[in-house]
Design a protein around this ligand. Structure first.
Ligand SMILES: Cc1cc2nc3c(=O)[nH]c(=O)nc-3n(C[C@H](O)[C@H](O)[C@H](O)COP(=O)(O)OP(=O)(O)OC[C@H]3O[C@@H](n4cnc5c(N)ncnc54)[C@H](O)[C@@H]3O)c2cc1C
Length: 399
């Protein structure tokens, strides 16, 4: 790691989740000299997402070959008393991604493009570099070893509780839920690919319980506000009292457990300063209603990379000012209002009423819009952004 002390990077990205990897790939393909660091020793350890990709994502983005499971076109909603309503679509609406394969493939692509990657390396702090306008000297820690690295631009892709956000004095996530799930194999019986969503104010207060089943592995999880439930206990109750009544789990095998915080307060306003910017969960780029963050993190990363390349090519740090969460927030107002409604539901009887409302035609129409509309995150330069080569000086425009 010492050799890094003698190198200057154009961009240092902290966090090699989907946001960091996509941004690094994009920047490197645009000619930037990129350093990507992650605290994990191995990116495939402690995956914390179910990996459900919405149609809009797999239509617009090239994800690694073979990384997406079978199409899911059906959603079944359950009331607290397990009444059901089915929402069918004629199109493939969801696919569950093999996240380990996706992370590995993206990392290989980054390496091919010349990105330097350091695993097991934590971002600790940064200070302004007096010699370079907008530049930073960043302290990295690997085990007991500390190294200081110079970079023109610092990007925080370090998740919900972003240390980079704190360091750069940018906005930080104030509201989140916690999701916790088990990935199971060996479930007996014929199964139709389906997303099962459970409304339950006790097992999943403020969110849902879910079974995401594409006929391969089955993801069983709960999410909610931690002041109202204990996720591990809720998940075991959900598995024992609800899931085992619907599926034959007698020969099922636990592959892994996944969990983590999901920011649901909407995209943050101040996500850039002259020294750097935030992407992914660090920027709060998650749908406040569905808590889906994969599509937002892809779109925002590509957009951020465009802005970063424009800033590097002009050598003008003020170019980063155009990168602001305020542009996106208005698009999220209806979803933030629905999140407030969801947060306020505290009793099963309220969820039973909500479920009844979904059985009426306006309720069903709304539910179909939530589950099937191509609207997870506002499009920026929307014509297949990952496939398009970088165009120097391109400014983002809104559809
Ligand atoms: C249980 C659960 C299920 C979910 N399911 C879905 C789903 O099915 N579909 C969907 O669209 N969204 C889902 N989400 C949300 C989605 O997973 C996230 O929005 C998305 O993965 C965020 O990616 P990211 O790259 O921004 O952050 P992360 O994936 O959190 O990556 C951040 C990286 O930064 C690293 N890091 C953190 N701090 C430091 C540091 N100081 N130094 C160095 N490295 C650091 C971490 O090790 C990590 O690798 C789910 C979330 C959870 C918790």
């Amino acid at each position: 790691m010492d050799r890094l002390g003698n190198q200057d990077f154009d961009v240092l990205i902290v966090g090699a989740g989907l946001a960091g990897l996509c941004c690094a790939r994009r920047l490197a393909s645009g000619g930037a000299f990129v350093l990507l660091v992650d605290a994990k020793k191995d990116l495939t350890e402690s995956v914390h997402t179910t990996g459900i990709f919405v149609r809009k994502t797999f239509e617009d983005f090239d994800l690694p070959a073979g990384s997406l499971g079978r199409a899911i076109s059906k959603v079944r909603l359950y009331s607290p008393s397990l009444k059901t309503v089915d929402l069918d679509s004629e199109q493939p609406e969801y696919r569950i991604g093999d996240m380990k394969l996706i992370y590995r493939s993206l990392l290989e692509e980054c390496a091919d493009l010349g990105v330097t990657f350091l695993s097991g390396t934590r971002f600790s702090a940064s200070i302004p570099d007096k010699q370079v306008a907008g530049g930073s000297i960043v302290r990295l820690v690997k085990g007991r070893k500390r190294t200081d690295v110079r970079t023109k631009l610092l990007i925080g892709a370090d998740g919900t509780d972003s240390r980079v956000a704190r360091d750069l004095e940018l906005d930080r996530n104030q509201e989140w839920i916690v999701g916790f799930e088990e990935v199971l194999t060996g479930i007996e019986g014929p199964r139709e690919p389906m997303l099962h969503c459970f409304l339950d104010s006790e097992l999943a207060p403020g969110y849902i319980g879910w079974i995401a089943d594409d006929g391969n592995e089955c993801h069983v999880g709960v999410g909610g506000y931690t002041d109202r439930f204990e996720p591990k206990t809720a998940l075991s109750q959900f598995r024992e009292h609800v899931v085992s009544g619907l599926f034959d789990l007698s020969n099922s095998r636990l592959v892994e457990s996944r969990g983590g915080r999901i920011p649901v307060g909407g995209i943050l306003k101040k996500i850039a300063c002259e020294r750097g910017l935030l992407i992914g969960d660090a920027a709060g780029a998650v749908s406040p209603l569905t808590a889906g963050g994969l599509d937002p993190c892809l779109r925002l990363s590509v957009y951020a990379a465009e802005i970063a390349l424009a800033r590097l090519s002009s050598d003008d740090p003020s170019r980063l000012r155009s990168y602001s969460g305020k542009m996106f927030r208005t698009k999220f107002i209806p979803r933030m209002m629905l999140r407030a409604l969801f947060r306020s539901v505290k009793f099963q009887v309220q969820f039973e009423f909500l479920f009844w409302a979904i059985t009426t035609w306006p309720g069903r129409w709304t539910a179909e819009k939530i589950f099937y509309r191509r609207a997870s995150f506002p499009d920026v330069n929307a014509d297949h952004p990952l496939r398009r080569p970088y165009v120097e000086g391109l400014d983002g425009h809104w559809k």
